[in-house]
Design a protein around this ligand. Structure first.
Ligand code: 13P
Ligand code: SF4
Length: 300
C-alpha cells in the first residue's frame, strides 16, 4: 500500500502536475509541494510553469490569480471553500462607487481580492511589492483596497495621498501591542519581524516588515538566533526548516483557519479526481489579467 505522499508523487508525474503551496499551509502540505512561497512568488511560479495542471494549496484568490496568469492551464483547489476573509471585504461594485468620488485616483488592489473585484482595479500588488507598485503608479492619489493596514503602511512609506479602505485580515488585526510586549518580556534577545497586514502600532515594534517570503529571507540572513514573528503560525515550519538552530515565537491566536483546511488527503483526492477546478468568466479573466500582469512585472 502506497503512502499518500507516494500516490501524490505518482499522479503528479502521470498528469504533468505541479503542487504550489502558500507559506501558511499545514507543515505536511508544505512538505509535499513542489514549491512553497508567498503570494508573489507563487503567482510567478504559476505563470512560468509548463505543467498542465496546477494544484494550488492556498485560499481561493490565490488559485484564481494563478488561473488569470495561466488561462490555458487547469488550476485545481483541494479545498475550494477555503477563502480569505479579507478578500470578501471589497466588491467590484464598491470600487465603481468609490472611483466616482475620486475620479483622478488610481485603484491599487491587494491581490487578496476576488477575480471579479480585480476587473475594477488598475494595479494589483502583494505585500512583497505594495510599496513599489504604489511608487510606480503615476497618479498622486491612490485608492488602496481592501487592507487598511497595508494601505496605511504604504501611505507612511511612500508619502503619497493614499485613500484607505476598511478591510483587514482577522489574523493579523488581532495581534496586539500587549501580546508583542509579553513575547518581548519572555524572549528579550529575540528580534521582532512583522507582516504589513498587522496594525501600524504593532509594525512600529518591528525591526523588519515584509511579506512572508521577505521575513524568511531576513531571518536566514540575520545573525540573530531568536525571532518574534508577527504573522501566521504556518510560517514557523518554513522558518525552522530554513534556519536550523534558530528559534521562532508566534502569538497564540495567529492561525488562518481556512489555510488549515487543506490536507495531504484533500490534495490527493483533488489530483486524482481533478476536482475544485477554477473556471473564470472570459470577460473577468481578460480584464483581471491587466492589473495582475502589472503586479508580476513590478518586482518586490
Ligand atoms: P504573503 O503574500 O506575504 O505571503 O501574504 C499573503 C497573506 O494572505 C497574508 O495574510
Ligand atoms: Fe486572508 Fe488573513 Fe488568511 Fe492571509 S491570513 S489568507 S489575509 S484571512
Amino acid at each position: 500500500m502506497q503512502s499518500v505522499a507516494q500516490q501524490i508523487a505518482a499522479l503528479k508525474k502521470q498528469k504533468n502536475a505541479i503542487i504550489l503551496a502558500h507559506n501558511y499551509t499545514l507543515p505536511e502540505v508544505q512538505d509535499l509541494a513542489d514549491f512553497v512561497g508567498d503570494s508573489l512568488s507563487l503567482s510567478k511560479k504559476a505563470a512560468a510553469t509548463d505543467a498542465d495542471i496546477i494544484v494550488f494549496c492556498g485560499v481561493s484568490f490565490m488559485g484564481e490569480t494563478a488561473k488569470i496568469l495561466s488561462p490555458g492551464k487547469k488550476v485545481l483547489l483541494p479545498e475550494p471553500e477555503a477563502k480569505c476573509a479579507m478578500a470578501a471585504m471589497c466588491s467590484a461594485e464598491q470600487i465603481r462607487q468609490v472611483r466616482a468620488k475620486y475620479p483622478d485616483a488610481a485603484v491599487v488592489g491587494y491581490v487578496n481580492t476576488a477575480a471579479e473585484t480585480k476587473t475594477e482595479v488598475d494595479y494589483c500588488c502583494t505585500s512583497a511589492n505594495a510599496l513599489n507598485v504604489v511608487n510606480a503608479v503615476p497618479n498622486d492619489q491612490i485608492i488602496f483596497v481592501p487592507d487598511s493596514n497595508l494601505g496605511r503602511y504604504v501611505r507612511e512609506k511612500s508619502g503619497k495621498d493614499v485613500i484607505l479602505w476598511s478591510g483587514f485580515c482577522p489574523v493579523h488585526q488581532c495581534v496586539t501591542l500587549r501580546q508583542v510586549q509579553e513575547l518581548r518580556a519572555a524572549h528579550p534577545d529575540a528580534e521582532v519581524v512583522a507582516h504589513p497586514e498587522c496594525r501600524l502600532e504593532v509594525l512600529e515594534m518591528a525591526s523588519f516588515v515584509g511579506s512572508t517570503e521577505a521575513i524568511l529571507n531576513y531571518c536566514i540572513a540575520s545573525d540573530r538566533k531568536e525571532f518574534i514573528v508577527l504573522t501566521e503560525w504556518g510560517m514557523g515550519h518554513r522558518l525552522e526548516k530554513a534556519c536550523p538552530g534558530k528559534k521562532f515565537y508566534f502569538t497564540n491566536q495567529s492561525l488562518c483557519m481556512t489555510m488549515k483546511m487543506i490536507s495531504p488527503e484533500s490534495v490527493l483526492e483533488c489530483l486524482e479526481k481533478e476536482t475544485g477546478e477554477i473556471v473564470l468568466d472570459r470577460d473577468v479573466q481578460e480584464k483581471a489579467y491587466v492589473p495582475v500582469k502589472r503586479m508580476t512585472d513590478i518586482l518586490g
